[in-house]
Design a binder for this molecule. Structure first.
Ligand SMILES: Cc1cc2nc3c(=O)[nH]c(=O)nc-3n(C[C@H](O)[C@H](O)[C@H](O)COP(=O)(O)O)c2cc1C
Length: 337
């Protein structure tokens, strides 16, 4: 069990925010498989204040998409507080603040992981956010800026003093981006130094790796990110694994195809029929990952222009028995550890 503010989770793993990915359809598919708490991708406070229509759409939710956190990005207090006022009506369960994004366009403005260089300023900003809202506030940090300045523990202590209710830590430095191995030790140090719930992030692509994050760091929760791409089953499988210790079977090709079709449908409803095939291309690739002989189908998915074309490709995928043996097996997964 994991408790952040008023949110209590039976299973302590969470869908992490992913820009361009964790939209409403993606979150709803993960929720089907037991994802309890999800996050909207990072939202620029300035973009929100300027009432960018695209941003409004990005923060849309619905009753079944709960509990839900929103993640704000920014560095100027004035805009962040105004953004908080604007999102009040959505009654999100958690407000997360992004001090982790490694993208140069973001960090060059001092935002995202740029904040790791200014722990005191981050602390002040978090205090202002906490004082401005009744909703529990969390922060997402990285291990540090680069390997020479791993300061997660110091940053985390400032954040805790500001009154936040939980802390997410991606155990990589900004310099590492998304490559290299996650540093469990730094997450453990943060966990040992703080009293609030710590949620570990990084390299959780399977139930065993989720368990490894818990075991190596002692963290209270785990945020699942790339491990959920084309793989909403990771939530169900991880819950089963943590409960029984048994590594569950992977979904068969029919379940994968069913979910692909359902996901495509909800993308059509959310993004409209013109954008939907474009949005679904990368999902086609992720869902079919590890199945044999799918390259020609993936190539065609990149040229598909309508929902029907995409549905035909999903039907072909389902119907071709040669795909059925998934190349990635449970034993591969065990070897990884
Ligand atoms: C495409 C992509 C977009 C991401 N967008 C965000 C974001 O908006 N906010 C955030 O805090 N982290 C973001 N992340 C980081 C993830 O939440 C996570 O911390 C990171 O991917 C490490 O976990 P993993 O190695 O298990 O994928 C993003 C990651 C990816 C791959």
């Amino acid at each position: 069990m994991l408790k952040i503010g008023q949110v209590t989770l039976t299973y302590p793993f969470i869908l992490a925010p992913m820009a361009g990915i964790t939209d409403l359809p993606f979150r709803m598919i993960c929720r089907r498989y037991g994802c309890e708490l999800a996050f909207i991708e990072m939202i620029s406070a300035k973009a929100l204040v300027y009432e960018n229509r695209k941003t409004e759409k990005m923060i849309a939710t619905r009753a079944e998409d709960r509990p839900l956190g929103i993640q704000l990005l920014g560095t100027e207090q004035e805009f962040i507080l105004r953004a908080l006022d604007l999102i009040r009506k959505y009654e999100y369960e958690i407000i997360d603040f992004n001090a982790a994004c490694p993208v140069t366009k973001v960090t060059s403005k001092g935002e995202g992981s740029g904040m790791m260089k200014e722990p005191r300023k981050l602390g002040h900003l978090l205090k202002a956010i906490v004082d401005h809202t009744d909703i529990p506030v969390t922060v997402k940090i990285r291990a540090g800026w680069d390997e020479k300045s791993v300061n997660a523990r110091e940053v985390a202590l400032y954040a805790q003093d500001a009154g936040i209710k939980g802390l997410f830590i991606h155990g990589r430095t900004r310099e590492q981006g998304y490559s290299g191995k996650v540093d469990y030790q730094v997450i453990r140090e943060v966990k040992e130094a703080l009293d609030i719930p710590i949620i570990g992030s990084g390299d959780v692509f399977s139930p065993l790796q989720v368990k490894r994050m818990f075991d190596e760091t002692g963290c209270d929760g785990v945020a699942i990110a790339r491990g959920a791409l084309g793989n909403p089953w990771i939530f169900r499988e991880t819950a089963e694994f943590l409960k029984s210790g048994m590594v569950p079977l992977r979904p068969d090709i029919h379940e994968v195809a069913d979910i692909m079709a359902a996901h495509l449908r909800s993308i059509v409803e959310y993004h409209g029929p013109v954008m939907a095939p474009v949005v679904f291309r990368k999902l086609f690739v992720w869902y079919t990952k590890g199945f044999r002989d799918v390259k020609p189908l993936k190539d065609r998915a990149f040229r598909a222009k309508t929902e029907d074309e995409m549905l035909d490709l999903i039907a072909e995928f389902r119907g071709n028995e040669s795909h059925a043996a998934k190349a990635v097996t449970v034993s591969d997964d065990l070897r990884e550890l």
